[in-house]
Design a protein around this ligand. Sequence first.
Ligand code: GDP
Length: 594
Amino acid sequence: MPEGTVIVERGASAQEFAPKLNRTAADVVRFLLEHGEMVTATMSLGDEQMELFALEIGAEILLVDPGQQEEMELQALFDDSDDDLEEAQQSRPPVITVMGHVDHGKTTLLDRIRSANVVAREAGGITQHIGAYQVDKSGRKITFIDTPGHAAFTKMRARGAQVTDIVVLVVAADDGVMPQTIEAINHARAADVPIVVAVNKIDKENADPQRVLTQLAEYELVPEAWGGDTIVVEMAAQQGLGIDDLLEQLTVVADVEELTANPTGRAKGIVLEANLDVGRGPVATILVDKGTLKVGDPIVAGAAWGRVRALVNERGEQIKEAGPSSPVQVLGLSNVPQAGDEFRAAPDEKTARVVGESREQRIRVLNQRGDARVQRGVKLEDIFTQIQAGEVATLNLVIKADVHGSLEAVTESLRKLERDDVKVAFVHRGVGSITENDITLAATTNATIIGFNVRPDRKARDLAEGERVEIRTYEVIYKLLEDMEKAMLGLLAPEFEEVVTGEAEVREIFRVPKIGAIAGCFVRTGVITRGTKVRFLREGTIIWKGSIQSLRRFKDDVREVREGFECGIGLSDFQDLKSGDIIETFEEREIARV
Ligand code: GDP
């Protein structure tokens, strides 16, 4: 960093920014106004606005995310530079996450492993669900994250925490590769975590493990038996078949991965789960990365701090210490940290308090400043800037489409757009509506979501807004390609955006002579207005677009129906509705160019 560089937080207002450069907020506001940008002294400024002003007055600035500088200073308080010494490293147990499609047997597998291997030492001791558990396989320990599925996995990653060393991908032999199987593969790949395949339910009559293997090979998971390097275990979790083999294979993969950590020194790790217990106060399950956590240690976990009052394992036993890869419940924190927060043992209680309290303070300020949330990654609109800066821009995309055919077509066409300076990376491709999982994945990987003939549901839309994930939906491929090309040329000008105005769920269909079908609906959100444009969604896929012909409440024609009410919607030229379908109304609004 050149001398004289001023560190500035992204999203700062003129009031906060100006004094750092020995100017007043009014100087900044006036300058930006002269350049056609209306800002007030308290509005949060964009990166470019700050850079422009700095350039004008000849100052060097370095933009950092809010709290980054402060966090760097806080981190410096835990000096643990000795901990990474090569000679101090010792092998540690692998941490496993089980993923796969719903109903393929993830929970059954985790339950089986837990009950067969976590031996309750004292009579009557029962295993507790604390978010993770450790088992013993021929004297080797293996840690399992006790929340199956990739939601937890991505949520952690979204917070910058990666705890998983190996993913067990459960695929039911009678069902084969399904959308969430593919999602799981993509999540594991994005995190660069090795996958062990568990072909489950081989006891079933219609089980076809070979078909599963053929399907997986299409996703570059080629079994060892076929000359590939993917370990595949056949099992029946419900019957307890093949589980030993799976555990055995996990220790093999762990050996290949050479997982090590320094078990001495102050502990550091990640919070897996945390809650407020009526009797015990804040309780956090943590997974130790390195070092050893001991009762009595002063610790900080996110914005919570305290002294370890007790450590409790998955058998409900109080233990004195927990080393690398051990999950353990910690009692004694000042408040409840968040899952994904980092925890660290502090040199002393005072440091723990200072760090915890300053983080708490910062969270409070950031919450108040709400709108100043940092934008992460290269948005589609920003890609041109990066190209111009002479960097190779990678456009991360999550593609969702209505059917396989269109998914392939969209992917192929997008691939053709690649140039030397613009790479296209598909973080995830799948069939079906745009879900919250897609949004979290996109947020973690700075991806833009492309929907082809599919839409996000309301929850996903809200999440996308919160996470500032861009979703672009299309119904014609050439329009999609045109936009992508424009984005790469810096010409992307989305003039219109569709704003969803209301959402009604179809409850029943009535056939009325001469008029046709009337859909008896319940308005879930917003307002349904006669004459607006609509699309019909079945499980998130667009099945028809048109407009509302008639709108009734009981026998009366009405102009609009609000959230929480029932109504009858008449659709002259589309008859094929079913109960459970969603009628979404939308308006096209012009978007102001930023
Ligand atoms: P999850 O959604 O992936 O967690 O799946 P579950 O573990 O809840 O399993 C879904 C269903 O499949 C349950 O009814 C299980 O009893 C059943 N199941 C799980 N493993 C097996 C198996 O190996 N064989 C058979 N026949 N059924 C199984």
